[in-house]
Every structure is written in structure tokens, then in C-alpha cells.
Design a protein. Structure first.
Length: 305
């Protein structure tokens, strides 16, 4: 089978955890054990989120006032390299020496006129209390919104239109490599008006929507979205909340989910299933193998006739 596994940025740096390199490495090592076992039996592409990480880099950059902060596309490329390096090393450490693991920087084209640029929804960085949020955003330059019982910065998250550099991913897969690509949803780029040239743009692409597009383009057999909760919940955070063991796109499209959190995961999974007739799964980072086996997570399959 050909599998795309999308690792959530909030699963690699869990909510409430100190956003340290060591904590991230330990979470990556947990995922790497399962990913290496999958790679022994399947063609594997790994993607990952970068919400906490890119937000942390933005905070660190803002603390150094001698130069203007680096733009989001550059910070996205930095996180793609950082997380990709750790994933590559930990997965490779568990595979035979002759097995290649390759990390690719991936540019993803977006529309500079996407309405997302006027309605930011993508959470990045740590979760704050109200007092902390007011402090870090004292100059009012960031957009802060509520998330659960806390607050987070949000940035524009345009729709991915096309994945640039798809050919090298295919070449590597054909030669038996494990490929890490489209990290953080890819590096957002847009066409300069009246030109074929591209330039970086201030945004963070949703990694699940990008992973869904990548899985469709690669003709993958399964899309696994690994996050920090056990599946798709109905009536989330209500007394009657319940996790779905299985669902169809038709059922999920009739429900509403949190923007910037579960909504893009559900949308991404449904888009893949509807476009390919194949299976997508949403579930816990430490249950990737069980998700593929069909015994964990929310299994999303085509609507029954």
C-alpha cells in the first residue's frame, strides 16, 4: 500500500507542554517507532504540522528588535527543515542501513486573493491565558482568538492549489525511499501578477488540507491524520460528547467542527475520500498502526449507496 501519514504539530508539541526541542524529539521518537514499522511493509510519505513551532519562531524573532521579523514563509521553511531533520533521523535509526529516508522542502502554491487573507483562522504558537495574550500582543500587531479555555495567535491559512516538486517525491517513492515532504502544509508561495514567477507569501497552509491534496496526487491508498485526540467527536466538550468510530463524508458534512482545529482535518479527510473512493483515518499520534488496521480512530469511508 501507499500511505500518507500527516503528523499534527500539536501532537509533536502537545498542548500544555513546554515548547522545547527535547519534548518535540521525545514525541517524534514515539511516532518514529510506528512509522518505521509501517515503512517496512508499505510505501510511506510523512507530512507534519508546524503550528506551535512556527509560532515559537515568530515569538523568538519578535524578541530580537535589531532586524524586522522574518516572514511566515521563511519561518515555515525553517520549521520544515527542523522537524523534517528530527523525523528523518529517528525513522532512519530504526530502519535497515540501506533504506533511504529523505526530507524535501516543498513549496505549495496559493491564491494571493484567497479570502483567508482577510479572515485568519490558523492557530500558531503556544496557548495563552488572557493576561499572557495581552502581554505578548501589547502592540496589537497580532490577531488573537479564543481556543478552548485559552487564547492563541491566528494567521491566514489559504487553500493549497498545487504542490510544486511532486516529481521528486514520486521518484523517491519508486526507489523505495521513505519521503518526508510538505511539512507545515508546505512553504506558501504565490504567482506575481502578470508573471510566471513565484514569491513567498505571509501565511501558514493547513497541513491536513495540503496532505489530502498530496495523497490524492500520489494516488495513495490511505490518508492517516494523526493528532492529539482519539478521533472525531460529536458534541465536543459537551456532557454527551462521543467519538465516532466510523463515518462517511455525507455524515461529517452535516456536522459543524471547530475552525482551525478539527474542521480542516474533517474537510481534508472527506476531500480525499470523495476524490479517490479510498479511506482516511483521524486519530491519536501513538495509535498510527491501529488506525491503519482499522481498530482505532475515526475511519472515514465513501458514502454507501
Amino acid at each position: 500500500m501507499k500511505i500518507v501519514v500527516a503528523l499534527g504539530g500539536n501532537a509533536l508539541l502537545k498542548r500544555g507542554q513546554v515548547l522545547s526541542a527535547q519534548n518535540q524529539l521525545e514525541n517524534i521518537r514515539c511516532a518514529a517507532v510506528q512509522l518505521a514499522r509501517l515503512a517496512q511493509e508499505h510505501k510511506l510519505v510523512i507530512t507534519h504540522g508546524n503550528g506551535p513551532q512556527v509560532g515559537l519562531l515568530a515569538l523568538q524573532g519578535a524578541a530580537y528588535g535589531a532586524v524586522p521579523p522574518y516572514p511566515m514563509d521563511v519561518l515555515g521553511a525553517e520549521t520544515e527543515g527542523m522537524i523534517g531533520y528530527q523525523l528523518e533521523q529517528e525513522v532512519a535509526n530504526l530502519l535497515p542501513a540501506e533504506r533511504t529516508v529523505a526530507t524535501l522542502l516543498t513549496r505549495v502554491e496559493v491564491d494571493p486573493n484567497d479570502p483567508a487573507f482577510t479572515h485568519p483562522t490558523k492557530p500558531i504558537g503556544p496557548v495563552y491565558t488572557r493576561e499572557q495574550a495581552d502581554h505578548v500582543n501589547a502592540d496589537g500587531q497580532w490577531i488573537i482568538t479564543a481556543e478552548g479555555t485559552g487564547f492563541r495567535r491566528v494567521v491566514a491559512s489559504p487553500q493549497p492549489l498545487s504542490i510544486l516538486g511532486l516529481e521528486p517525491i514520486c521518484w523517491l517513492l519508486e526507489r523505495g525511499a521513505v519521503v518526508i515532504a510538505a511539512g507545515g502544509g508546505g512553504i506558501p508561495v504565490a504567482r506575481i501578477s502578470g508573471s510566471r514567477k513565484l514569491q513567498g507569501i505571509e501565511a501558514v497552509i493547513d497541513k491536513d488540507l495540503c496532505s489530502s491534496l498530496l495523497a490524492k496526487n500520489l494516488d495513495a491508498d490511505c490518508l492517516i491524520i494523526a493528532t492529539d485526540i482519539e478521533g472525531v467527536y460529536l458534541d465536543w466538550q459537551q456532557p454527551n460528547q462521543r467519538v465516532l468510530k466510523s463515518a462517511s463524508p455525507r455524515l461529517l458534512c452535516a456536522e459543524s467542527f471547530a475552525t482551525g482545529s478539527m474542521a480542516p482535518k474533517v474537510q481534508a479527510a472527506c476531500q480525499f475520500v470523495q476524490a479517490t473512493g479510498k479511506r482516511a483515518v483521524i486519530g491519536m499520534l501513538d495509535q498510527i498502526e491501529e488506525m491503519l488496521a482499522g481498530t482505532s480512530g475515526t475511519q472515514i469511508t465513501p458514502d454507501l449507496a
